[in-house]
Design a protein around this ligand. Structure first.
Ligand SMILES: C[S@@+](CC[C@H](N)C(=O)[O-])C[C@H]1O[C@@H](n2cnc3c(N)ncnc32)[C@H](O)[C@@H]1O
Length: 158
């Protein structure tokens, strides 16, 4: 599979996974967290699918497309571990986390997602969902939508 084909699969999996998760959390109270703003594509999709939820966004850089810049009040710029602790101190409760801090290097990404899991856990509302390309620890793995290859995108319930 070419990298271009792989990218198409990843984008399809992200759209299907985010749409599925947005429906799953309908009865769960809490905010949403986009962990890794990057260009802002998945943030833009989340705010389209979940217009009534507050969407917190964490990234150490602001490189989003101008149309995808989050409101200043909802953007925490800095190291993710520190920003997650800041949210916890503010008493934020999350119904959904989309995790995408990885750089596509398996060892690096798994070490980072494992470390971040412990900072995400205290923020989660009971039954809240975490969806991620990298493995998380301390949450129950669940099956996502049928259209998404289980190895490509991972789904967890808190
Ligand atoms: C793959 S990009 C996110 C892509 C984004 N979801 C999108 O749809 O465009 C990963 C982002 O995570 C951020 N990042 C990586 N490690 C981080 C860390 N430890 N703390 C804060 N931000 C981090 C990078 O700056 C980068 O913008």
């Amino acid at each position: 599979m070419s990298r271009l084909e792989s990218m198409r699969r990843r984008l399809s999996a992200q759209i299907d996974g985010l749409n599925w998760a947005a429906n799953q959390i309908a009865d769960i109270k809490g905010d949403v967290l986009e962990l890794g703003l990057g260009n802002g594509r998945t943030f833009d999709h989340l705010r389209q699918q979940l217009p009534d939820r507050r969407i917190w966004v964490i990234d150490r850089e602001m490189n989003a497309h101008p149309s995808c810049v989050p409101p200043r009040s909802d953007f925490l710029q800095g190291d993710a571990a520190e920003m997650l602790q800041q949210l916890a101190r503010a008493g934020v409760r999350l119904a959904l986390v989309h995790y995408e801090l990885g750089i596509g290097v398996a060892d690096h990404d798994t070490a980072l997602s494992t470390k971040m899991s412990q900072h995400i856990a205290p923020l989660m509302a009971p039954g809240g969902l975490i969806i991620s390309q990298d493995p998380m620890e301390g949450f129950d793995p669940i099956k996502g939508p049928d259209s998404v290859d289980a190895k490509r995108y991972l789904f967890y319930r808190a």
